[in-house]
Design a protein around this ligand. Structure first.
Ligand SMILES: [Zn+2]
Length: 453
């Protein structure tokens, strides 16, 4: 039989299923008939049965209190060695008076306790290892990175943007995606790993390529990985993994769209780093669009681009930009679903460009924290809230924004006193939301970026 990359998740035939349960084939067949053991059949009446280990283990968990009494010598293979590993002294269950049932229970329990089972449910990065756990928090397996990753990269807030656990191809199999950000980034490539539910490497993707800007500046790898976002589709072949990465030295940013088997199906290139990904169904067609937030150096603005994952094919990039020297060249025009360009306020007026520092989606809002500065770390920021159709519903400057403004007033860098209402109204007026050609609602661009009061 050909070995598939998914081997280890699937049990093929009654023999394997029975062995996994540690019962006879006859008992396994009875368990299916009488107790709903999840056995699957491929098409065709003579087709062999198979089962998915996570499903079987889930079934064991829910049925282990009432197993059939063992009916063959095979169930009794859990001898003293196993039971002592469980901490059960034989006298305890002999006294209970249900020897056979107890042995069967002990065997099942040992099976669960001795080797944790179930699909991957959570993960963590410790030292050089990606540690994958099941829903009970038991370690299933660990994957060793080729070198030490940056620990901060996998902080709790970032973990769900840099790893993913789920059924990528709707095949009933759980797999794991994980970005690798090495600490010795000059030596090891940054990449995305795809691992099977049992920890086997399925494929890997190294982002980036050499691109040029309007000045002739060459931006070659390495690219730093930033975030991933998995956009599930009704048809498994339309599922896309968006991978955001940024050039280590220049403004080039790549969002690669991979299919479930790791093939690159399209690349969106951006004249600025798009470090934050989120997703939302912006046009109400039942399929999520990708939101990518960051900086657009060629517009000198913070930006969110909205991309239809299936419309990004080959390589493309925004071509009509405020500052053509910084646009990426030798690529056709990109078709974004929409582009938001955030106007700069007084605080960021001398910054070369602005940047989104956080981007997330709630059940009714798209929320972007925009630093009025090129550095994400700058605390002077404004939180923009949009509904899922990109209508702006609120703008809230953080207190540090007013502080930064007043400090600039004192330093005579600004000629007016801070007035929150006026500042926000002005920024709102200069906010640009451009819908792409695929969208009916076209809003002409009303302001030139980079202009400040
Ligand atoms: Zn002002």
């Amino acid at each position: 039989m050909p070995r598939t990359p998914h081997e280890g998740v699937e049990l093929s035939g009654w023999k394997d299923i029975a062995a996994h349960l540690n019962v006879s084939i006859r008992t396994a067949q009875n368990l299916e008939k009488d107790q709903g053991l999840p056995v699957r059949r491929k098409f065709g009446i003579k087709a062999p049965v198979y089962a998915l280990i996570p499903e079987i283990d889930e079934w064991i968990k829910h049925n282990q209190t009432a197993p059939d009494p063992p009916s063959g010598p095979k169930q009794l293979s859990g001898g003293p060695a196993e039971t002592s590993a469980l901490g059960l002294r034989p006298a305890q269950w002999v006294a209970a008076g249900a020897v056979l049932v107890a042995v069967a229970l002990a065997v099942v329990a040992f099976h669960l306790a001795g080797r944790p089972k179930g699909p991957p449910a959570s993960l963590a990065v410790r030292d050089q290892n990606l540690i994958v756990r099941n829903a009970d928090g038991h370690e299933l397996w660990r994957f060793q990175f080729p070198s030490l990753p940056i620990a901060d990269f996998y902080d709790r807030v970032f973990l769900e943007h840099r790893t993913w656990i789920g059924d990528l191809g709707d095949s009933g199999r759980t797999s794991v995606l994980a970005l690798f950000m090495p600490s010795d980034f000059a030596q090891k490539p940054h990449l995305l790993y795809s691992l099977s539910g049992s920890g086997q490497l399925l494929w890997e993707f190294v982002p980036g390529r050499t691109v040029l800007d309007g000045r002739g500046f060459v931006m070659a790898p390495p690219y730093y990985v930033r975030e991933i976002s998995v956009l599930k589709a009704q048809k498994p072949e339309d599922t896309r993994i968006a991978v955001a990465s940024v050039n280590y030295a220049g403004q080039a940013g790549q969002i690669a769209f991979l299919d479930a088997s790791g093939r690159v199906r399209g690349e969106y290139w951006h004249p600025g780093h798009l470090s934050h990904l989120a997703q939302v169904d912006i046009d109400g067609d039942g399929r999520n669009e990708l939101l990518a937030g960051g900086a657009n150096n060629a517009e000198h603005d913070a930006t969110i681009v909205v991309l239809d994952p299936l419309r990004i094919k080959e390589r493309s990039t925004p071509r009509s930009v405020f500052d053509p020297a910084l646009r990426l060249i030798n690529m056709p025009e990109a078709h974004e679903k929409a582009v938001i360009l955030f106007a700069r306020g007084c605080v960021g007026k001398s910054s070369p460009y602005l940047r989104i520092k956080a981007l997330w989606v709630t059940s009714s809002r798209i929320i972007a924290s925009v630093a009025d500065d090129y550095a994400e770390e700058n605390p002077a920021s404004i939180t923009y809230e949009f509904d899922h159709r990109l209508n702006l519903v609120a703008m809230t400057p953080v207190p540090q924004y007013a502080e930064a403004h007043r400090e600039m007033e004192r330093a005579h860098k600004l000629d007016h006193a801070y007035d929150e209402k006026r500042e926000m109204a002005d920024l709102r007026k200069r906010l640009v939301i451009r819908w792409g050609d695929a969208h009916n609602s076209t809003e002409p661009r009303t302001t030139a970026s980079g202009q400040v009061r």
